[in-house]
Ligand binder design. Structure first.
Ligand SMILES: [Cu+2]
Length: 293
């Protein structure tokens, strides 16, 4: 429970994080459930004690004491002409309907997109038992989600193969990752630290190992990291372009040479060892790190 106001004015969730809202829901359900349990069990025990068999019916010489004891086959008449029954039904209905309305309004707020216009947008793709993250500036990471502390982040999740579900339990955020669809959700990053994202939809042999590190960084450090990643990915792209160009030049040189060289003969033969190696260790088995849960 973040504040008593959350109970007094149920529709006002503005400014609360997902974690606070879910904590409120948990606390209210726990408190009401405990209250109802104490009242029902207490009332039952009270009546069991009040109507206990104290031997009065057997010992009583007059018929008055014996009359209050129930007889076999007798139906209870209902206390107070049905007033108790009506009261208990009315109180139950008020509690249940109140809980439904209040919880539903909280979930509507969570499922909506409150104040996320300026939020960091990160695309999440589940594929091949890994999580890929794409940031605003095009930087991508695999199995590592970095976010700035104390900010609201929007996640847009999808899948490249089968149904997955992306979730970070400690941040109370979870959303489906379905091929051909984009599910949008949000969370408040909170304090710096390391958390764990997992897949919550049984998706195949590598499901249990389909986790990602969630690193909540100081905002300045995050911005710097993002800028560095952007630079290095550009450099890597340039580098691979250069490598391709030199490889092309080599190919041209080989073609110009007359007659097959020993290397060409070796290359034209099938390579059984390579085929056997790839057959012996399929990628799925390699990725499934055996973390059964
Ligand atoms: Cu999974």
């Amino acid at each position: 429970m973040s504040s008593p106001a959350a109970l007094a004015v149920p529709l006002q969730f503005a400014g609360q994080s997902r974690a606070e809202i879910f904590q409120s829901i948990f606390t209210v359900f726990l408190a009401l459930g405990t209250l109802v349990g104490v009242v029902v069990i207490g009332y039952t025990l009270y009546n069991a004690y009040r109507n206990r068999d104290d031997g009065a019916a057997v010992d009583a010489a007059d018929g008055a004491a014996a009359k209050k004891q129930p007889r076999i086959g007798e139906l209870p008449s209902g206390g107070g002409g049905g007033r108790k029954l009506f009261l208990s039904f009315a109180i139950s209905a008020i509690i249940v309907v109140g809980l439904i309305i209040w919880t539903y309004s909280a979930l509507l707020y969570v499922e909506g997109q409150p104040n996320t216009a300026d939020a960091e947008q990160i695309n999440v793709t589940g594929e091949d038992f890994t999580w890929q993250f794409e940031y605003d500036n095009g930087v991508t990471t695999v199995n590592e989600l970095r976010v700035p502390a104390n900010e609201r982040v929007v996640l847009r999740a999808t899948s490249g193969d089968v149904w997955h579900t992306f979730g970070i339990p400690e941040k109370h955020v979870k959303t489906d990752a379905i091929p051909g669809q984009t599910s949008t959700t949000w969370f408040d990053t909170g304090e710096t630290g390391e958390y764990r994202a997992e897949c919550f939809e049984l998706c195949g042999t590598g499901h249990s190992g389909m986790t990602a590190d969630v690193i909540v960084m100081e905002p300045e450090a995050y911005e710097q990291w993002l800028a560095n990643q952007s630079d290095s990915s550009e450099a890597a792209a340039n580098e691979s372009d250069g490598a391709n160009a030199s490889a092309n030049r080599l190919d041209a040189g080989d073609a110009a040479a007359s007659g097959p060289t020993p290397n060409d003969v070796a290359a034209s033969r099938p390579a059984p060892s390579a085929a056997a190696a790839s057959g012996a260790s399929p990628p799925i088995a390699a990725r499934d790190r055996g973390e059964s849960r």
